[in-house]
Design a protein around this ligand. Structure first.
Ligand code: SF4
Length: 355
C-alpha cells in the first residue's frame, strides 16, 4: 500500500517544508576559518545527543509533514560512530526521496562503501583549496591528502551527483576558482563556490573578505569565455551556470544575493533543537517532546508523535524567517554573534547547525 500523501505545509511566505538538515554531532575534526575560527569551543553534552532511534523517529514525523529531502550534517557527521547504521535505518523511510550527506572528507574514504551499501544517495565533500599548505592554513589540520582521496572513494563506491563545496575567502583561496573548476571537471564532480557568510560562529567575518558571485563570474569569464545561467527553478541554494564546454558549476550567494524567498530548509541540531533559519537565534526543543515532555506525558507513542507533528506544523506555518535577506540590508554588517554569546549557548554556533 503506497504511503499516505502528507499535507503540503507552507510557511507565511508560501515556502514548503521540504528539506531537512539533520546534524548528528556538533564535533568536528577540522577548524575552518569561516566556521570555527576560535581556539576553544563549548560542545553539546554527549548524553544529550539524540540516539539513532530518536533521530529516525523525528525524521519519520517530519516526512509525515512533507519533508522529502534529508541531508546529514555535523560538525563532521562521520565522527558519529556507525553512521552507516543510521543511514540504513533512514533508508527504510520511503518518503525520503533524497538522502544526502555533507562531509569534510577526512574520514570518508574508509566509510564510502558501507554508506553506499546502507542506502546513502548523494555526497557533498567540502574542499576549499588544492594546496596542502593552504589547507593547513585554512583548517589548522594536516588532512589534505585524505580529503582528496574522498573523491576517488566516492567514485569507486558508485556515488553519482557528487558535489564539491568550496567557501571562497578573499586573500585566502580566491585565486583558485579555475583550479577548483578543473579539479571538478577531471573528477566528475560539480563544484559549488560559496560566498563567505556572516553566519553564527563566523566571529572573524568581514565584508572585505567576501568575493561576491558577480565577481567570481567575471573572473571565470576572463578564463573560460561567456558563462550562461542554467535555466531551472529549484529551491536548492546554488544558482548554476554553464561554461562554454558544457561544464556545470554553482554559486551559493547567500551574502550578496540571498535566496530566502525559496528557502524550504530547516535544521535540527544533534540534541534535537529545531531551527527554521540558519540565522535564527530561537529554536524549538524537540528532544524534550520526544523524551516524554508532551502535554500528556503518559500518552501513547503515537499520540506523542501526533503532538510533535502539530508542534512542527504550527512552527512552520508561523515561519517568516529571511535571515540572509535581513542581513544583506544592513550597512553595519560585522560578525553576527559575540563570542560570549556563543560560549553561553553552543546552539548558536554554525558547526552545531550543520550549515
Ligand atoms: S538565511 Fe534562513 S531563510 Fe534565508 S536561505 Fe538561509 S536558512 Fe533560508
Amino acid at each position: 500500500m503506497s504511503p499516505k500523501l502528507p499535507v503540503l505545509l507552507r510557511d507565511r511566505l508560501g515556502r514548503l517544508l521540504e528539506s531537512l538538515r539533520l546534524s548528528v554531532t556538533d564535533r568536528c575534526n577540522l577548524r575552518c576559518l569561516y566556521c570555527m575560527p576560535e581556539e576553544d569551543y563549548v560542545w553539546l553534552p554527549r548524553q544529550e545527543l539524540l540516539s539513532f532511534e530518536e533521530l529516525v523517529r523525528l525524521v519519520d514525523i517530519f516526512t509525515g509533514q512533507g519533508v522529502t529531502h534529508l541531508r546529514l550534517t555535523g560538525g563532521e557527521p562521520l565522527l558519529r560512530q556507525n553512521l552507516d547504521r543510521l543511514v540504513g535505518m533512514l533508508a527504510q523511510n520511503s518518503r525520503i526521496a533524497d538522502l544526502a550527506l555533507t562531509t569534510n572528507g577526512v574520514l570518508f574514504a574508509d566509510k564510502a562503501e558501507p554508506l553506499k551499501r546502507a542506502g546513502l544517495g548523494r555526497v557533498t565533500i567540502s574542499l576549499d583549496t588544492l594546496r596542502p599548505e593552504r589547507f593547513r592554513q585554512m583548517t589548522r589540520r594536516d588532512e589534505h591528502q585524505r580529503v582528496l582521496s574522498a573523491f576517488d572513494a566516492a567514485r569507486r563506491a558508485g556515488f553519482t551527483g557528487t558535489k564539491l563545496d568550496a567557501v571562497i575567502m578573499r586573500g585566502e583561496n580566491d585565486d583558485e576558482l579555475t583550479d577548483l573548476i578543473e579539479f571538478g571537471r577531471s573528477n566528475g564532480v560539480e563544484v559549488r563556490f560559496i560566498e563567505y557568510m556572516d553566519v553564527l560562529g563566523a566571529t572573524k567575518w568581514s565584508m572585505s573578505k567576501v568575493v561576491a558571485r558577480d565577481e567570481m563570474l567575471q573572473r571565470l569569464e576572463e578564463r573560460y569565455g561567456k558563462i550562461r545561467p542554467v535555466a531551472e527553478t529549484s529551491s536548492a541554494p546554488a544558482s548554476r551556470f554553464l561554461l562554454p564546454d558544457g561544464t556545470v558549476f554553482g554559486i551559493i550567494a547567500s551574502t550578496t544575493s540571498p535566496f530566502c524567498r525559496t528557502c524550504d530548509r530547516s535544521r535540527i541540531t544533534a540534541d534535537g533543537m529545531w531551527y527554521r533559519c540558519l540565522y535564527a537565534t530561537n529554536g524549538t526543543d524537540l528532544r524534550k517532546l520526544l523524551r516524554g515532555g508532551t502535554a500528556n506525558a503518559s500518552a501513547s507513542r503515537e499520540a506523542a508523535d501526533a503532538e510533535i507533528a502539530n508542534v512542527i506544523a504550527e512552527g512552520w506555518r508561523g515561519r517568516e524567517d529571511r535571515g540572509a535577506e535581513e542581513r544583506a540590508g544592513r550597512n553595519d554588517r560585522g560578525a553576527l554573534i559575540a563570542i560570549e554569546e556563543l560560549r553561553r549557548d553552543p546552539h548558536l554556533e554554525m558547526h552545531t547547525r550543520g550549515g
